[in-house]
Every structure is written in C-alpha cells, then in structure tokens.
Design a protein around this ligand. Structure first.
Ligand code: NAD
Length: 783
C-alpha cells in the first residue's frame, strides 16, 4: 500500500477515469455494426466490411461498411437531388439548421467526447475541452455566415455537391470544418471519415436526423482510400475538400486536373516553434507541451521543429526535459492523462522507425524515465543535435516527437523556419513585441502564433502556404471556398474581325520585339522569333520565341525583385498611376497596333484602350485598400488576417482583348505586391511588347513585370512546373495540362474561363483575392 509520505514525495495523481458506459451503450444500440448514411437513411455498403478498433486497448469497437464506387454514386445522387431545395431555403433558412446542429453537438457533448477518445486514443481532457467545443463553435459561427450570406457574399452561389475527405487526427473537428461552411453556403455534401476513426461521424449522422436536416443534404460514407478515390473521381462532384497527407493531396490534384472541380487541400506541416532569448522561458516550455504533445503530436500544425536562440538553448532544453518527466502517458479515458494512444499500430511503427533512423543519423535521443505503457503508446520524445537538412528535420513524423536546433539572429531563425517544403504554421515566443512582430511577416506560413500555439477558431482562416496545401478553412476566406460567382456575364465583346482595311505598320517588319526580363529587353535564348500576322495574313512584325531558359531567367529576375513585395501599397499605387498616365499619353499608338493585329473596329479598340487605362487607375486605387481583417476569437487575443502577396505569379493571357486582358491580369497581381512572369496573347503579342516602353517610362522596378512571348501552352507548362513560381494563372484551353504540371509542388492555379474583359466583373475583389493569400497572425491583446 502507498503511504501518505510516499504520495507526498511523488505527488502522483490517482486514477480519474471517465466512464465510457454511455458510448458503449450507444455502440450496443447499433449492435456494433454500421451502414452508410445516404439520403437520410442507413443503408448497407457493398464493399468488404472492416473493424474499427480502440487503439488504447486493441479491442474491436464496431464493424463498419466499406462504400464501393456504386455506393458513393448513390450518395452523390442523393446529394445532387437535395441541393437545389437546400440552396433555395436561403441563408437564413439554412442558419436554423446549423444552429440546431450546434446545439445538438452541445447536448450530446459527453457522448461525442468519449466516443472520440475510444476511437482515436486522444486524452478525454482534450476531446472534451478542445475538440467538441470547437465543433459546436464552428457550427454556430457558420450559422452566422449563412444568415449573412446574401449581404456579405453578393453575386455568389453555392458550388453544388461537395465531396469531403478527412483524416483521423481530429475526426469530428475536421468533419465540422468541412460540413459547416459547405452547408452554410448552400452545398450538399458526401463526406468520408478516415477508416480508423469513423464513429463520431456516424453519431453526427444521427444528429442530422435529430435536427431534421432534409434528406440527402449530408451523406456519410465510410471506407478507406478506394472510397475516397471514388468520391474524387465522381463526375457530379463539384468541389473536393481534402485534409490529409501531402502525398494523397498530390494524387487528388492530379485526379481533378482539367475537370473544373473546385479544390481545397489541407495537408501536412513541419511547423517551427521559435524561442528567443527574450521569451518567458517557462511559458514557452508550456507552449512546447501544447505544440507537440497535444493529441500525441498527431497535429498537422504541430510545432515539431524547436528553434531556440543559442544564448538560452541549454537552459531551455534543461527546463523542457524536466517538464517532459512530468508528462503522463496512458489510458486516454483517464482525466489525468496528458498523452494518450497513437491512432494505430501502423502509425506507431512509422513513428518508431523515423526516430530510429534519426538516431542512426546522429541525433541525440531524450525520452523521460517515466514508464510508457505497452501497446499503441509512444513516449514524449526530444531529439537534439539534428541537422537542418536531415530527414527528421524535414519530414513530418506525426507523433509526439520534437527535434531541436539553435539559431543566433532573427534572420537565421527566419531562414531555418522557412527551410521546409511546408508552410502551415509557426509559433514565435518573445516578450519583446518588436522581435516577434518583425519575424512574423518573414515566415512563409498560413498561421503565425505569437506567444501561443495550436490556437484554432472558426473566425480565423486556417490553411497553408507551399506544399501544406491551398485554400482556407474557417473565416470569410473559408466561405469563398464553397461559393462561386453567379454565371459570368457573356463572352468577350467587341472582337469580331473588321471588314475595314487593316492599318499598315510598315516599319514593324524590320523589328523583332525582344523579351522583357529583369527590366531589360532581352533576346530570346533560342535565337528564334515568330511572325505576327494581321487577320488579312499580312506580316505585322516578329516577336521572340521564348523557351525554358528564358522562363528560368524571367523567374530568377522576378525572385530578385522581392523588395516589391515588401514595399508599401502607397508606393505601389504611385507606380501604377504612373503606368496609367503613360499609357494614356500613348493611347493612339496602342489603338493603331491593336487594330492592325486584330482587325477590330476602331471605336471598339479605343474603348478597350480606355478601359485598360481605367483598370490601371482602379488597381492603383486598390493597392493600399485591399485590407485584411482583425478577428475576435473567444480568447484573450486577436487575429490579424493579413493579405500577403503570393510571391511570383506566372500568367498566361488569352488572345481576346490583347491589351485589356493582359493588364486586367498583371495589374491586380502587381498591385498586391507580386512579381509576375507573363506570357501575353500568343496570337496578338505586339501590344504587350510595345508596353515595355510604358513600363520603362513609369519607374516600374526591374523584375516586377517580366514578359516572355512565344507558344502559350508550352511556356505555361514550364511556368507551372517551375518551383520558383508560387501561383499560376492560365487563360487558355489547356487547363488540364497546367493543373497536372502544378501538382508536383502543389502550386496554386487559376484556370480562367473566357470572360468579357470589358465588363466590371473583370476587375476587383475576385482578382485581388487570387493575388493574395491570408496569413493569420494570433497576438495577445487585452486583459
Ligand atoms: P491520408 O492522406 O492517408 O488520409 C486522409 C484521408 O484520405 C483518409 O480519409 C483516407 O481514407 C483518404 N484517402 C487515402 N487515400 C486516398 C486517395 N487516393 N484518394 C482519396 N482519398 C484517400 O492521411 P492520414 O494518414 O489519415 O492523416 C495524416 C496526414 O494528414 C498528415 O500528413 C497530416 O499532416 C495531415 N493533416 C492535415 C491537416 C490540415 O488541416 N492541414 C489536418 C489533419 C491532418
């Protein structure tokens, strides 16, 4: 028997188990066997049923149906049939259902939390206090967006049927992140939970029933990767939303290329946790605990790379090791447990393998002495002496494993933080606000937490830069992912060939327009040029035939012009005003040139040039006005949602309206601080090559706008594959090849449709949103 003296010495907690009786009774009520939830009913699946296990005990919890492609088809058809009536309910009508779902999640919160813990292995404390409250919050918040939809998202309609695929680490929370915005916007959904953790999604299906959600609005199909593949491949899915591994995300990008399906990908991460010497070290130690030992480290935004300023590194690591000794690994149902079970044996093995490999490569392993139970458990682990380029520092472990490195200066911290293909989140610790807020914009991640970590809220968008995926979940930006513009108005106007005689440009023939790279006119690398003809067949001039090497040079020049991205909107506006003025002064030259190339009547061309000048003024006006937002999550702090430029954008222009479309694309990109590499209209490139002189006369810094003429599709493919390009906008017929080419580094792509470039819908917020990505910076604020 333990004596009081012993207890006082160890200060051990006694066991405090949460009862799982309610969850077990719920499973029994279903005879521990579940079908698929399609069209508001439970139906049998036609694939081979599989078991769902409790990872902490290895015991079977239930048998689940495996949805086949035919089952998925049934679910998609149900969702399709339900969609228009759901959309017609209007935002306010749908808001009632979302409120009802939020309330029902709260009403059944204990059952949800215990079931989640049984199925996933996460500590009950976390399921109860974090996952489930965030789920309710997500439905409440999105009930609000539904209510405000008409006024806040005018001209937008639901995308249609959303196919949603989620991972096992936050089964119910990821479901809420997917379903709440989709329903608020008026979509219907087919959702597939992860095969290891489907139970709370099935309980959620039940509460959809309880909330009297119309049949077919939410359909839940269980199964493994094949079921997911069938959702992605289904013709009648309009949007795919995926959270999971980068590898599967890439496969989904390839599978959806050219289909016109809207896509958001929330993928992996290797997020830095940066501790400055000016940090409150004890607070930062607690931060590390939340960053990497929350949910057993199975968190996409886990702070898995600890970067400590060298001057305090030894002291910090010593404190951290001491804290690790007190972490309790064990029964997830025990309220005193800090670290529960790893989700599956397979997952545990891969963690152990990665750690063993790191140790073989020279990393120094630290694990506390406190016992870790046998089975699907893994102790909190710290690896020091890790090289920045090593596998452990680069690859996601997705377990309770922290690697640590040191830095000397903030610049070195930024370089180490960004030394990854991912860009999901970062956490910065310093009591010196200047240090923290100076570093925040330099880190290429979708989320930055200052003196906090792993904070999530429905009001703040969440999502990554780079290979952590694209699109955002939560916040206003998350709503846009489930909306589309109402049908664009008409096709390009005013481009009918003229019967008037074509204007002669007799001097054009001797001159070959060069490329425009790094602020200079450059001969094409291949030494070839291509002829430009008038509609009559008359030769108008020559332009350079750009190739891979020219694109490489242009991208390099654009990368060097990084200071454009850091300059103020005010400064960018002045240059754009100047470009507008200089173009305006040369209107008649451009009118003549465009008439010669396209044979369009003079009045129409004049209108196009005037519209181009106006558009430049418009984007000059926008340059310092496309503000971010400040969100108020229910915590002590605010979230600054900053619209950051993408970086370097590749743009391939359509043939229609050769000057207006060209400017409608580069001007918003440049106004927002991007640098661009543009392939102008393949057929009518001379207006773009004449434009160099306007840019040169307007003090546009070298490398901000680069123009490479030549074959649009070939050059676009090179741009889409280039790792130095952060986003690719393509207006042409071959979107599929571009989306495929972008899959390797998961580049953001915009495959534009033909549109009326004269219309007001060809400028404004849609373009500005494409030109930016939101970084959410969480900062302490208020008492
Ligand atoms: P996973 O990619 O293997 O599986 C995710 C989901 O995709 C599962 O439902 C799975 O059945 C399904 N799936 C598997 N193959 C598929 C295919 N070919 N087509 C369609 N669907 C398919 O990932 P996982 O192992 O379940 O989850 C861990 C990963 O998820 C980690 O890499 C983690 O970083 C990432 N993650 C990211 C976020 C985020 O928000 N960014 C959140 C949680 C997890």
């Amino acid at each position: 028997m333990t004596s009081v003296a012993q207890i006082l010495k160890t200060m051990e907690y006694g066991p405090a188990p949460e009862s799982d009786a309610g969850a077990q009774a719920w499973l029994d009520k279903h005879r521990r066997s579940f079908g698929l939830f399609i069209n508001g009913e439970w139906v049998e699946g036609h694939g081979e049923a599989f078991d769902s296990l409790n990872p902490a005990t290895g015991k079977k919890l239930a048998t689940l149906a495996q949805a086949t492609a035919a089952d998925v088809d049934g679910a998609v058809k149900a969702a399709r049939a339900a969609q228009s009536a759901w959309a017609k309910k209007g935002g306010a009508g749908r808001a009632r259902y979302l409120y009802a779902l939020a309330r029902l999640v709260q009403k059944h919160s204990r059952l949800f939390a215990v079931l989640e813990t049984l199925d996933n292995g996460k500590p009950i404390r976390e399921a109860r206090d974090i996952d489930v409250p965030l789920v309710a919050r997500h439905f409440y918040h999105h009930a609000g967006w539904a209510q405000l939809l008409a006024s806040e998202f005018p001209d937008h309609v639901a995308v249609g049927v959303a196919g949603q695929i989620i991972p096992w680490n936050f089964p119910l929370l990821m479901l809420a992140w997917k379903i709440a915005p989709a329903l608020a916007a008026g979509n219907t959904v087919v959702l597939k939970p992860a095969e290891d953790t489907s139970l709370t999604a099935l309980l959620f299906a039940e509460i959809c029933h309880e909330a009297k959600l119309p049949k077919g609005v939410v359909n839940i199909v269980t199964g493994a990767g094949e079921t997911g593949r069938a959702i992605v491949a289904h013709d009648e899915i309009d949007k795919v939303a995926f959270t999971g591994s980068t590898e599967v995300g890439r496969a989904i990008r390839l599978a959806t290329a050219g289909t016109g399906k809207k896509l958001t990908l929330e993928l992996g991460g290797k997020s830095p946790f940066i501790v400055f010497e000016s940090a409150d070290l004890d607070a930062a130690v607690e931060g590390v605990v939340d960053a990497i030992w929350f949910n057993q480290g199975q968190v996409c935004c886990a702070g898995s790379r600890l970067l400590v300023q060298e001057s305090v590194a030894d002291r910090f690591i010593a404190k951290l090791k001491m804290r690790m000794e007190n972490l309790r690994v064990g029964d997830p149902l025990d309220k005193g447990t800090d670290i529960g079970a790893i989700v599956s044996r397979k997952q545990r093995e891969q963690i152990a393998e990665k750690v063993a490999r790191g140790v073989r490569e020279g990393a120094v392993l630290f694990q506390p002495e406190r016992a870790c139970p046998e089975g699907c458990f893994y102790p909190p682990t710290l690896l020091t002496n890790v090289e920045p380029a090593s596998v452990l520092a680069q690859e996601e472990v997705f377990g309770p494993v922290l690697v640590s490195m040191t830095f000397r200066t903030p610049t070195e911290a930024a370089a180490l933080a960004n030394n990854t293909r991912y860009g999901l989140a970062a956490s910065i610790w310093s009591e010196d606000i200047n240090v923290a807020l100076d570093l925040a914009p330099r880190i290429k991640t979708g989320v930055v937490w200052v003196n906090c970590t792993n904070q999530l809220d429905a009001s703040a968008g969440f999502g990554g830069y780079r290979e952590s995926g694209f699109g955002r979940e939560g916040g206003r930006e998350g709503m846009f992912e489930y909306l589309k513009l109402k049908t664009p108005k008409g096709m390009s106007a005013g481009l009918a060939p003229s019967t008037e005689p074509v204007l002669r440009e007799s001097d054009a023939i001797d001159r070959t327009a060069k490329l425009f790279i790094g602020g200079k006119q450059a001969r094409p690398d291949g030494g070839y040029s291509r002829a430009v003809f008038a509609p009559s067949g008359e030769l108008l001039g020559q332009v350079g035939e750009g190739n891979r090497k020219d694109i490489r040079n242009a991208v390099e020049a654009a990368q060097k012009a990084e200071s454009w991205s850091n300059t103020t909107g005010h400064a960018r506006a002045q240059i754009l005003y100047y470009v507008a003025e200089n173009l305006s002064a040369r209107r008649s030259e451009f009118v003549a040139r465009i008439r010669a190339m396209t044979g369009t009547p003079k009045g129409q061309v004049q209108k196009g040039v005037e519209a181009t000048v106006r558009r430049l003024f418009t984007y000059a006006a926008w340059a310092d006005k496309f503000d971010g937002a400040v969100h108020n999550p229910p915590l002590r702090g605010v979230v600054l949602a900053m619209n950051e430029p993408m970086g370097v954008i590749g743009i391939a222009c359509p043939d229609a309206a050769p000057l207006l479309a060209f400017t409608s694309l580069w001007a918003p990109a440049v106004a927002m601080g991007n640098r661009v590499v543009i392939v102008p209209s393949e057929k009518h490139p001379l207006a773009a090559t004449d434009f160099y002189q306007v840019l040169e006369a307007s003090d546009m810094p070298a490398g901000v706008v680069n123009i490479v003429t030549g074959g649009r599709d070939e050059l676009s493919k090179t741009l889409a594959e280039h790792r130095g390009i952060d986003a690719m906008w393509y207006f042409g017929p071959n979107g599929k090849a571009i989306e495929q080419a972008s899959a390797d580094d998961l580049k953001r792509t915009w495959i534009g449709e033909s549109r009326d470039w004269f219309d007001d819908s060809a400028e404004g917020r849609e373009f500005l949103r494409r030109a930016t990505q939101v970084k959410n910076v969480w900062i302490p604020y208020g008492a």
